[in-house]
Design a protein around this ligand. Structure first.
Ligand code: LRH
Length: 494
């Protein structure tokens, strides 16, 4: 069979990678060509993307792929997490260092926006959940600080747009990541200038929106010369990582399910054909993000494995170098259902000493205070699973249709304890896979752009043919249901 190769770059919270996908017409196979750490840099009290170093790593990734004998890659696609961006002057030069969304300059901006425009107005226009880090609030913070860069900025590009531009010389704004900004009109799928005016931020630096699957351009002559490679097309994929991950959910039948894209974040929701912007969804603070092939990702951001990852880092700082396996084993030996946290409580948003903050949370809420890593991890894993239950309940309440299963995708499914707990907490079958969801969805959209895959359903069938899916059934319903009542006394949605 004819083989088509594409190269997917995915930038996650701890690493970036270049994955080579080979498609034979029925199945995808995957090979990691390059992996590098993605270290944001704290400098002068600001938290930044190390953009040039990462561009260097992209070039390394292409070069390694070519040197490994894959000069015949037919496309390249790039995705990153949402909301972050850079500004360019009229000569096409990057102005300053793009900020990382965990930078604290946006604190207080949601309240300011509420005073200026009202949250309901913003939600009705954008359909987007209120995260303190949304691009809208990043711009408002720059405005408030009188950042001089705003005065000379000519164009705004999101992170994947930036890399696409550096590779091709072409500036475009890809739709799925643009939707995370809270600056896009949810109905027109275009920039909302009225909202920008009301927020007192620039209106004329936003470019043409292109849909996932659009070819942005080809590698520039300079890059081809530097890397010794042919003029490979660069495709705007679902360049928001979550859009790519959701595109890979291996469902081909028409049945109601929720997906959870798990990693540092857990993004849980369902896929819709049109946005759901109502008082109820505003109250639940759900989001309507742009998906591939005209779909809407109706979901909720949940702080995923972040608290576990950050706890592990804290213990390492104290000289205790646990592996994730060590932690999982310790958690299995801890007593179940002793205490719960709200993973989305702002206590846990910033990096730092999570075990201490968890103990403080439990103390403050009058619960058993977890000691030791086993109790801490069990507390977090069960709390996360119950948060998934809460969101599943909300989806059923909003859509008035029962969910028959939960699909979990992404690196987080390597945490089998959380998968098992999710089945038990939700009382639903959990289907876990693929692990490499984001780069797989990225590759599927590249193959659509090349005309090798005809539709989203076809793409999902191919993902299903190619990667394993593991099933988890609910266990011990009685105790989980009882514990859920206790959880609801500590945690509410919203
Ligand atoms: C997940 C993610 C999520 C965003 C957050 C900033 O990686 O893209 O969808 O809300 O990061």
């Amino acid at each position: 069979a004819e083989l088509t190769k594409v190269l997917a770059f995915d930038f996650g919270a701890s690493s970036g990678r270049a994955m080579l996908f080979t498609f034979d017409g029925e199945k995808l196979s995957i090979e990691e060509m390059h992996r590098f750490s993605n270290d944001p840099v704290m400098a002068g009290n600001s938290f930044h993307w190390d953009v040039l170093r990462l561009f260097f790593e992209i070039k390394q990734g292409i070069n390694k792929t070519v040197l490994a004998g894959h000069k015949d890659i037919k496309a390249i696609g790039i995705d990153t997490w949402g909301v972050d961006f850079g500004l360019f002057d009229k000569n096409g030069k990057l102005l300053g260092n793009p900020y990382h969304y965990r930078d604290t300059r946006t604190s207080g901006m949601i309240d300011l926006a509420d005073q200026m425009m009202g949250k309901k107005y913003i939600f009705d226009k954008t359909g987007i959940q209120f995260n303190f880090f949304n691009t809208l609030f990043q711009f408002m913070a720059m405005k408030k600080e009188n950042d001089p860069v705003l005065g000379i900025a000519d164009k705004m590009l999101f992170m994947p747009d930036i890399f696409n531009y550096l590779l091709t010389g072409v500036m475009k704004n890809e739709y799925s990541i643009a939707s995370t900004s809270q600056l896009l009109n949810v109905k027109t799928k275009d920039w909302d200038k009225e909202l920008m005016e009301k927020a007192s931020i620039p209106t004329d630096i936003f470019g043409e929106i292109v849909m996932p699957g659009t070819v942005i351009g080809e590698l520039s002559d300079d890059i081809c010369e530097e890397l010794g490679c042919p003029k490979i097309p660069v495709v705007a994929v679902g360049s928001h990582d979550t859009a790519s991950a959701v595109a890979s959910v291996p469902v081909t039948e028409d049945y109601k399910y929720a997906y959870i894209s798990t990693g540092t974040w857990a993004l849980m929701g369902s896929e819709l054909d049109s946005p759901n912007v109502t008082d109820t969804t505003f109250q639940y603070d759900f989001t309507n993000e742009g998906g591939v092939c005209g779909k809407i990702r109706f979901l909720k951001n949940i702080m995923g494995l972040w608290i576990i990852q950050e706890s592990k880092r804290q213990w390492a700082r104290e000289g205790k170098n646990f592996t994730f396996d060590d932690l999982e084993q310790a958690a299995w030996s801890a007593e179940p259902f002793q205490s719960f946290i709200d993973p989305d409580c702002e206590d846990f948003a910033a990096p730092g000493n999570m075990p201490r903050r968890i103990r403080e949370f439990c103390k403050r809420t009058g619960q058993h205070v977890p000691e030791g890593e086993g109790e801490i991890i069990r507390c977090v894993a069960q709390s996360l699973a119950f948060k998934f239950r809460m969101v599943a309940d909300a989806i059923e309440d909003i859509t008035k249709e029962p969910l028959s299963a939960v699909h979990m995708v992404g690196g987080g499914i390597k945490d089998t304890m959380v998968c098992r707990f999710t089945a038990s907490a939700t009382g639903k079958t959990v289907l876990a896979g693929p692990v490499e969801a984001t780069s797989t969805g990225n590759a599927v959209v590249q193959l659509m752009a090349l005309g090798k895959i005809g539709s989203l359903t076809e793409g999902r069938q191919i993902v299903k043919n190619s990667f394993p899916v593991k099933t988890y059934e609910p266990e011990d319903a009685e105790n989980w249901n009882k514990a859920y009542e206790a959880y609801k006394k500590i945690v509410t949605l919203k």
